[in-house]
Ligand binder design. Structure first.
Ligand code: CO
Length: 427
């Protein structure tokens, strides 16, 4: 398919089984691909002459609030579950395999509720800050909206995300079905540190309690250092007011922390000397170790990556050049590099990181692969600026046993069959 020997030489192999140098995705490198370079069919003139001519037909009118194309309506959150006997305690998963870039559309942001989505009238909602402060304060939405706001692109991941990977047999679900308790948005709101400074925090205060207005009264303890660092009272998501299922009219946002701690429908912050030891940080969201003891307050989501394409449901076609695309993220900061293997982990090559590479955000990575049409196992592993490396499944399970249900960040592998079909495998 490639036109010249120089182009051929530019597609240098960097690891076994046809993984190519990432330069293809850097600067003008994509020009090397040329028409048809990724195995796409070059359109013929005959095909072009059959294009429908819609230009003579008046289209639809404008609308007050936009909708996506009806031809995309099958792209939905999946695994939607509600525990028996409840109306809205459960979750729904973002279809990661159907999305590109790093922003999750608000309508596809994952959901995890402990007692459904409350119907909150914005003019009635209040945020109370009290406890070990000089001046207890109450904010309504109007008052909060007058403070200086900041916008940040941050991921949120449920600490139970990907936990099916612990099972002895690989579960056959899409990338989003396996890993979709994970989304990334631009969040805008008021830094919590500004409000705490205004309230006047007692020097003895080391923690705070954050409480939601849902009927589960979700409550978590948060270290004061985090509250003063990058915690946000988020009012906007991807440019518009929060969606009800993401905490309307206001939520706590703790970048890089397990999602449950970013309390939705936030109504109260109590400044305290120590952690409150609420139900949701003692009976749940703790990590039981092989000896039966449990770790409390394991907030940070560790470095991780997933390949979104090719993946289950996004099969390969004929042999040729393909782009491998995926997401990497870390609660510790920026992604420093991502490596990809297309020979089951025997050899690895660097993936290209797409701009922007932001702290505690999604990073999109890409790699080029010349698939020869024989069965192959592909996988990715991410590294972050703290020096941490995404572990293999074997390493993770050996290190912490099987009693731990949270913070599963192991490498996941896709097997490509000779016919191009993709399945989840434990490699
Ligand atoms: Co945890």
């Amino acid at each position: 398919m490639l036109e010249s020997k120089s182009k051929e030489a530019a597609l240098e192999s960097v690891a076994g089984n046809g993984l190519l140098h990432r330069r293809i995705f850097i600067a003008q490198g994509t020009a090397l691909l040329g028409a048809g370079g990724l195995g796409l069919l070059t359109p013929s003139l005959a095909a072009a002459q059959r294009l429908p001519n819609l230009a003579k037909v008046p289209g639809k009118s404008m609308s007050g609030y936009g909708n996506r194309s009806p031809y995309e309506a099958h792209i939905e959150r999946n695994n939607i579950l509600s525990y028996p006997g409840t109306t809205g305690s459960g979750g729904s998963w973002t279809p990661l395999e159907s999305l590109e870039g790093i922003i999750t559309p608000s309508a596809l942001h994952f959901e995890r509720h402990h007692s459904g989505v409350p119907d909150i009238k914005p003019e009635e909602h209040r945020l109370l800050i009290h406890g070990l402060v000089d001046r207890p304060l109450v904010f309504d939405l109007d008052a909060l909206s007058r403070y200086p706001m900041v916008s940040r692109i941050q991921f949120i991941e449920c600490s139970g995300n990907s936990r099916v990977g612990e099972g002895a047999l690989p579960v056959q679900k899409t990338c989003g079905g396996l890993h979709g308790l994970l989304s990334c948005s631009e969040w805008s709101g008021v830094p919590l540190s500004i409000l705490l400074d205004e309230a006047g925090v007692d020097p003895k205060a080391r923690w705070l309690l954050a409480e939601g207005a849902d009927s589960a009264a979700m409550t978590r303890s948060v270290p004061m250092a985090k509250a003063m660092d990058d915690a946000l009272i988020a009012l906007y998501q991807n440019g518009e007011r929060l969606r009800p299922s993401n905490g309307y009219p206001m939520r706590l946002l703790l970048p890089g922390y397990e999602g449950n701690a970013s309390i939705k429908w936030l109504r109260r912050i109590k400044v305290t000397s120590g952690p409150t030891m609420t139900r949701n940080e003692t009976a749940e969201y703790t990590d039981t170790r092989p000896d039966g003891s449990s770790l409390l307050f394991t907030f940070e989501m560790e470095v991780k990556s997933v390949i979104t394409a090719p993946s289950l449901g996004r099969s390969m076609r004929q042999p040729g050049l393909y782009e491998i695309s995926g997401l990497a993220w870390s609660g510790a900061g920026r992604i420093s590099k991502v490596e990809v293997s297309v020979d089951g982990g025997k050899s690895w090559g660097l993936a290209a990181l797409a701009d922007p590479v932001l702290s505690k955000s999604f990073t999109r990575f890409r790699a080029a692969w010349r698939w020869n049409g024989t069965p192959a196992v592909i996988m990715s592993r991410a590294f972050d600026e703290s020096g941490a490396q995404q572990p293999s499944r074997k390493q993770l399970l050996e290190a912490r046993g099987l009693k731990r249900n949270y913070h599963y960040n192991a490498i996941q592998s896709w097997k490509i069959a000779a016919n191009g079909e993709v399945t989840n495998v434990h490699a």
